[in-house]
Design a binder for this molecule. Structure first.
Ligand code: 4AD
Ligand code: MG
Length: 461
């Protein structure tokens, strides 16, 4: 079907141009003898106003339609006498493509996010979700652009894996065995050698370990793919399926890692200012007042850095009654993370060098024998946006960390080989893409930046 996209018509059309548009009705109203139809095709936030004159043939058939119906309009652009738009569309012919039943769940403006989550297949028709998914696409593109410009090679880490990167045991198992009739050995235990891969396999929690393979020959690589975590948490910041961007680069340490992460976040924000201007304006006006100014300040300012040990001191001295008490060695909880970035630093803050007991086996052990060379980037409202580290590239310390954390050395011998055969210091991080979107849109729940969110107890579609 030949048509003009409304984005192009609004940006470049001139009075007198003949255009054909197709889209979904945002609103219909009649004022005196004239009918107004706002039509949106998702190519941009704004709709085109079709002005239907009194004696237009087929006028009734169109004006009786409601929000959500799809429509094709051929006509001519005219200078709009009204406020709010430069051009109107004067129809020559209008065709209703698909009527919308009055029971459509997205009829009313101002419907709550929570309600819309229950009808996630219809919510992209709303202004908010249209803007979210345009921005999601634009920022995905920005991710690739950033790394490509810096000479990083895109690495497709596997989705099906037999490694557990984070060692947290929060993996979704993948099997073709019949759960009703599991093959068992003489000892009564399940015999996974009978499974599809001849061993236990899962969905990946992170593409890092496999990205390290490629970084040990191509030097600078990144993955951007879906990751899965079977954590039972139902916080607004956790999803069971989310996308992660993970650069991995050789001949680099924690300071290089931090610099890359800061540069990356700022460059994504700059991209949004430039290429998502209209959608961002909507989020600024309707979702979080002052969002754009806050993000602009972040893109300009230097991010803070604090040692974990110092962060604990700050929290101890904060004079707060924490729900989770703090002392050296405890993991930071959301309340602590938010205090540090929102009230203490008042900007994005890297917390570096956590106790090694809190972190996975692959992180570089610092000389103090107690901490690892890692970083978490905390940002206001969202908390942890990035987790990363310098990797343990020395064979012996790696093997002893594997032992300490109960990792089967045989299963990870390939990972140790990368240290045996020409090791090199290297570092990387993972940025949770949905968390970035929450940060950039002002939305407070991860379910509102995923098309079909997967969280405990919910995997519709
Ligand atoms: O801190 P994490 O667990 O780090 C890793 O997976 C490393 N292997 C990354 C690396 O160094 N290559 O996860 C990284 C980021 C977090 O900072 C957070 O933004 C996001 O992934 N994340 C989640 N996002 C949504 N839902 C969840 N359940 C998430 N878990 C982590
Ligand atoms: Mg983390």
């Amino acid at each position: 079907m030949k048509r003009d996209e409304i984005k192009d018509v609004l940006a470049r059309g001139k009075a007198g141009d003949a255009v054909t548009v197709a889209g979904w009705i945002k609103s219909v109203r009649e004022s005196k003898s004239v009918g107004f139809v706002h039509l949106n095709d998702g190519s941009t936030f704004d709709s085109i106003q079709v002005v239907v004159p009194e004696n237009f043939p087929g006028r009734e058939a169109v004006l009786k339609q409601i929000t959500g119906a799809s429509l094709r309009v051929e006509g001519r652009l005219v200078a709009s006498p009204g406020k709010g738009q430069a051009l109107d569309l004067e129809p020559a012919s209008m065709t209703v493509i698909g009527e919308c039943d009055a029971s459509s769940p997205v009829q009313k403006a101002g419907t709550s996010y929570e309600f819309l989550r229950g009808v996630a297949h219809m919510r992209p028709r709303t202004n908010t979700f249209g803007a979210v998914f345009r921005m999601r696409s634009e920022l995905s593109f920005a991710v690739h652009q950033f790394f490509r410009q810096k000479g990083f090679v895109l690495c497709h880490s596997p989705i099906l894996t037999t490694s557990d990167c984070e060692g947290a045991g929060a993996m979704f198992q993948v099997t073709t065995l019949d759960a009703e009739k599991l093959p068992r050995g003489a000892d009564g235990r399940v015999d996974w050698s009978k499974d599809f891969f001849g061993e236990k396999a899962s969905l990946t929690v992170s593409g890092q370990l496999e990205a390290e393979i490629l970084a040990m020959s191509l030097s600078k690589v990144y993955t951007f793919g879906p990751t899965f975590r079977a954590e039972p948490s139902t916080t607004p910041r956790h999803a069971a399926e989310f996308w992660m961007i993970e650069p991995e680069f050789a001949f680099a340490d924690l300071a290089d890692d931090r610099a890359l992460a800061e540069d990356f976040v700022k460059s994504l924000l700059e991209h949004a200012f430039k290429h998502c201007e209209r959608d961002l304006r909507f989020f600024d006006e309707r979702v979080e007042k002052g969002l754009r100014a806050k993000l602009e300040a972040v893109a300009k300012a230097e991010f803070g850095v604090i040692e974990y040990t110092e962060a604990i001191r700050v929290l101890e001295k904060a004079g707060r009654a924490w729900n989770y008490p703090v002392s050296w060695g405890v993991d930071l909880q959301t309340e602590h993370e938010r205090y540090l970035t929102e009230e203490y630093a008042k900007r994005p803050l890297f917390v570096v060098n956590y106790p090694r007991s809190l972190k996975p086996f692959y992180m570089y052990c610092n000389d103090d024998g107690k901490t690892v060379a890692c970083m978490d980037l905390l940002v206001p409202r969202v908390g942890e946006l990035i987790g990363g580290s310098q990797r343990e590239h020395r064979l012996e310390p790696l093997l002893s960390r594997m032992k300490e954390t109960g990792i089967d050395e045989r299963a990870y011998s390939w990972y140790a080989d990368l240290r045996r055969f020409g090791t090199a210091p290297h570092a990387g991080f993972g940025l949770g893409f949905e968390r970035l979107l929450m940060y950039a849109t002002g939305l407070e729940n991860i379910r509102d930046v995923s098309l079909c969110p997967r969280v405990p107890g919910f995997a519709k579609f």
